[in-house]
Design a protein around this ligand. Structure first.
Ligand code: SF4
Length: 451
């Protein structure tokens, strides 16, 4: 069990590092689309592989879960589906003109929002339109996020036919008191039905996604959720930390009080309880919030030190280009980042006028590129090597890491920084020591707490 004084010491606002630099420090407030497309082309020209990862954001949800921090649009009107899919396909066409003609897709993820808000036929039309322009590689990995309340057998069969083999069921917690607090009611039977349908349809990578730190969670209730999850024996379990950021407009995190949230110490105990149970049952802990059976590709990639991380989270596919399509989606290439318009109506209007919907982003400096790699190494492999010609001053880094080193959470030997097993819960704090933007400016309030 982690010393509570360490939790008190290191539980500060900090980034999750799905990107570096993190979004609040991006330096372009209004991208010129020509400039962004040029960076994508430079990235493809520089690398022998023309493969890319594709993320498609499908923002609609039937009802609001009050803990949600995603970019979503709540509606019961399913007439919106066709217009949105048309827009995503048009965005893909607009972008494809600038891509290398040998481009192939080696990873596709449908996220949201609720992808299964859309009819199976619309999702099928989407995938057909995507592959009409560029093909998938033979080993491509196609996955989608599934809400147990809206995932039908038809969804599973249609997407399986389109090549999908991975599905993540958003479980969060089975405790009915927690479910009421977060306004997301779904029974074990509903999940069991979806899980069985996915298995019988031929999905070989089923993930159950839990969240710890939610309002009203306690050890007894979460223990039951953990056991129930293990009864399904999914290939992967994601155990996400609830990010309490009610000041970010539109997150809907106002359905409960601060007192309903577990404190930092209890929150960490919830994680440790789950970790212990999963590891005992043979799961391997991956990075900072995933568990996988040893036969799963994520566990294999981790053992071979080939794990990668991007806006979609931990992944086995390493490509230099991630294209995000849809409202609010983020793209990443070697030289920068770009984010799409965050209002669904503005996104649709821009696309329908034939304009790229990108807004803000970041153009990478040489220093950004090196630090991005260090953070990626720490997040995926728990260690990184500082080269001789580094942009980082080793002396300064050692000073930044001093407390973590003194507390036996991190070690620094010559040129290598290594996170020790006891330091894994503090991985975000270690990454913060590398973050050049945090040194110049105080951590901004947008960030959730690190523990
Ligand atoms: S948690 Fe998922 S289903 Fe719930 S509001 Fe957020 S995006 Fe929609």
């Amino acid at each position: 069990m982690i010393d509570s004084s360490l939790i008190a010491k290191y539980n500060v606002p900090g980034p999750r590092y799905t990107s570096y630099p993190t979004v609040p420090y991006w330096n372009v407030q209004q991208w010129e689309s020509e400039k962004w497309l040029k960076l994508i082309q430079m990235s493809q020209q520089k690398n022998a592989s023309k493969n890319l990862s594709l993320y498609i954001h499908l923002p609609y949800c039937d009802s609001l879960c009050t803990f949600c921090g995603c970019h979503k649009h709540i509606t019961k009107n399913h007439q919106v589906e066709k217009r949105y899919i048309d827009a995503v396909l048009k965005e893909w066409q607009l972008l494809a003109i600038s891509l290398d003609k040998n481009t192939q897709i080696n990873e596709l993820h449908l996220g949201g929002g609720t992808p299964t808000f859309f009819a199976a036929s619309e999702l099928s039309r989407l995938i057909e339109g995507i592959k009409y322009i560029f093909p998938f590689t033979p080993n491509s990995e196609l996955s989608f996020e599934a809400h147990p309340n809206s995932t039908s057998l038809e969804h599973l069969q249609t997407l399986h036919q389109q090549g999908f083999r991975r599905v993540s069921f958003g479980i969060q917690d089975y405790d009915s008191i927690v479910q009421q607090a977060i306004h997301r009611i779904q029974t074990v039977d509903q999940v069991a039905n979806c899980h069985k349908n996915a298995q019988e349809t031929g999905f070989t990578g089923i993930s159950h996604d839990l969240v710890y730190g939610l309002p009203k969670q306690n050890l007894g209730g979460f223990q039951k959720t953990i056991q129930q999850t293990l009864n399904f024996k999914p290939q992967r379990i994601a155990l996400y930390s609830y990010a309490h950021v009610p000041w970010i407009k539109g997150t809907g995190q106002r359905g409960y009080n601060e007192e309903d949230l577990p404190d930092a110490s209890l929150k960490r105990q919830l994680y440790e309880l789950a970790k212990q149970a999963f590891v005992t049952e043979g799961y391997i802990e991956i990075g900072m919030d995933h568990f996988a059976l040893p036969s799963d590709s994520l566990a294999i990639a981790a053992s071979e030190k080939k794990l990668h991380r991007n806006f979609m989270g931990y992944t086995t596919q390493t490509s230099n280009l991630l294209i995000g399509l849809g409202m609010s989606a983020i793209s990443e290439c070697e030289f920068g980042f770009a984010q799409n318009e965050k209002s669904v109506s503005n996104y649709l209007e821009l696309i329908e006028k034939g304009k790229m919907p990108i807004t803000r982003g970041h153009e990478m400096s040489k220093g950004d590129m090196e630090i991005r790699q260090h953070i990626l190494n720490l997040m995926c492999r728990f260690e990184t090597l500082i080269p001789e010609n580094s942009v980082i001053s080793k002396l300064e880094l050692e000073l930044q890491l001093h407390e973590l080193i003194t507390d036996d959470l991190v070690e620094m030997n010559q040129n290598t920084v290594r996170i020790l097993p006891k330091g894994i819960p503090f991985i975000r704090n270690c990454c913060m020591a590398f973050d050049a933007y945090l040194k110049d400016q105080n951590p901004v309030k947008q960030f959730s707490m690190t523990i």
